[in-house]
Design a protein around this ligand. Structure first.
Ligand code: NAD
Length: 471
């Protein structure tokens, strides 16, 4: 059997590496149109950072795992083709700011059809709106010149989380495979299930109809993001009342109906998926006339914007209503720890908000490059219909410095803002940093990872998200 995967990104790369590791008799080829990315996958400096990924790639690369730009050849030869291309939010035209942009998916489908001389299973690995398989089926069928070629489309959404991708792939809570309820559909589901059965217990391989599988992925991300927005909403109330969000989370998390995961209040969720998938869910709801349902889910995104804005306002008001000309050390730019991914990271909005008020941000992140940071802070945001967004201002980058260690960022700073929960921030020598900072020295812990009592003892004025304020 030969498997090809179109798209060598955060999903395509790690998922196929794990598949190659667990199925040594199957040849797995990951293809991409981005030459730089493929070059990096074939080098010792992989294009993405994920704990444990390099080791797996090193073991399998050249054995049964290959990375190539020759998309036509490898897709043409494959029995199963995963499509793991990006499906970003549309930025213009009908549905801008809501709908998924399926340009890349459609392009991939046309290419599959044009190079296929044998029947194939085509697997939706990308997150797509419900009913995409129907549209893709038409594109595949009408673009293949050989009438004997059959395409069976499956939905196999990916539930991995960046930062823990390899562990999630090794021991997933479940693998979901949706297929059509025809005989060939059932056979295709069985074939894909037999690949996953190499390492995943049978009871964890769930099957569903196509539309349920497609919708399950959007729903899963909407529920996860909703939990974050819910606890963040409570964090604002905690600050206003003297309650402590961690105590509240602990108290509710012990209720087995609620559970204790995903209850950390933070400066907001980020990443390429949560916001995009909720917006897409809203669009799907609107397009079938369910306006109220769309509005319900949209609140999750609005609450996230509010939390980022609230954090910026808190920093400014605590620092005597202005951060003009003040140096602020930003600890962490990635959207979460153990990844170098900055897509939709809350750090972008927080830094922009502080710089707009006149601050100078000195940023340190162990995995994010200066190029990424400058690119993210200069990229225009689309305003859509969301009032908190505004286009970037030209002076933005003049007030940004990126450094390679935390102490350097704090040197002379008026404040430290912790925006990513990197473990290494917990063990920093804050006493020495305090001595080098401008007084009064502030710490704004946007992730609640530091020892606040100890910091107060050193002399810091501490703002911890969702916790009682310093007297
Ligand atoms: P990504 O942008 O990192 O990777 C997508 C890759 O596809 C890019 O390298 C791009 O060059 C390539 N590509 C686009 N069109 C192509 C074509 N026609 N031929 C060959 N290559 C092509 O995206 P990602 O983060 O890996 O996400 C991929 C999909 O998986 C998205 O739909 C996303 O919503 C979903 N998803 C992402 C995550 C995550 O944590 N990143 C988790 C679950 C699901």
């Amino acid at each position: 059997m030969k498997i090809a995967c179109i798209g060598a990104g955060y999903v395509g790369g790690p998922t196929m590496a794990m598949m190659a590791l667990k199925c040594p008799e199957i040849e797995v080829v990951v293809v991409d149109i981005n030459e730089e990315r493929i070059k990096a996958w074939n080098s010792d400096k992989l294009p993405i950072y994920e704990p444990g990924l390099f080791e797996v790639v090193k073991e399998c690369r050249g054995r049964n795992l290959f990375f190539s730009t020759d998309t036509k050849k490898h897709v043409g030869e494959a029995d199963i083709v995963f499509v793991s291309v990006n499906t970003p939010t549309k930025t213009h035209g009908i549905g801008a700011g809501r709908a998924a942009d399926l340009t890349y998916w459609e392009g991939a489908a046309r290419m599959i059809a044009s190079v296929s001389t044998s029947s194939k299973i085509v697997v939706e690995k990308s997150t797509v709106p419900v009913k995409t398989a129907e549209a893709i089926g038409k594109v595949l069928k009408r673009n293949c010149s050989d009438p004997n070629v059959n395409f069976e489309i499956l939905s196999n959404p990916e539930f991995l989380a960046e930062g823990t991708a390899m562990e999630d792939l090794r021991h997933p809570d479940r693998v979901l495979i949706g297929g059509s309820e025809t005989e060939s559909g059932r056979k295709a589901v069985e074939t894909l299930a037999s690949v996953y059965a190499h390492w995943i217990p049978k009871e964890r391989i769930l099957t569903a109809n196509l539309w349920s599988a497609e919708l399950a992925k959007l729903t899963a991300n909407a529920f996860l993001a909703q939990r974050i927005s819910s606890i963040n909403a409570i964090s604002a109330l905690c600050e206003a009342t003297g309650a402590d969000v961690q105590q509240v989370a602990h108290a509710i998390g012990t209720d087995t109906r609620i559970g204790n995961k995903f209850l950390n209040a933070s400066v907001g969720f980020g990443g390429s998926c949560f916001q995009k998938d909720i917006l897409n869910l809203c669009y799907v709801c609107e397009s079938v006339g369910l306006k109220e349902v769309a509005e319900y889910w949209f609140q999750v995104v609005s609450m996230n914007d509010y939390q980022k804005q609230r954090f910026v306002e808190r920093v400014i008001s605590a620092m005597f209503n202005t951060v003009s000309q003040k140096k602020i050390a930003i600890y962490g730019f990635a959207f979460k720890k153990d990844t170098g991914d900055t897509r939709e990271t809350p750090a972008i909005d927080v830094c922009k908000g502080l710089i707009r008020d006149g601050a100078r941000c000195c940023i340190f992140d162990p995995e994010v490059t200066p190029e990424q940071i400058f690119r993210d802070l200069s990229a225009p945001k689309f305003e859509w219909d969301r009032p908190n967004y505004s286009r970037s201002q030209s002076h933005m980058l003049e007030n940004v410095q990126v450094v390679s260690d935390a102490a350097q960022a704090a040197d002379g700073a008026h404040a430290i803002c912790v925006l990513t929960e990197w473990d290494q921030f917990k063990t920093l020598d804050f006493k020495t940093m305090y001595e080098k900072m401008t007084k009064p020295a502030f710490i704004f812990d946007g992730r609640n990872i530091l020892d606040h009592a100890k910091l107060r003892e050193i002399g810091f004025i501490v703002y911890a998200l969702g916790k009682p304020l310093d007297p």
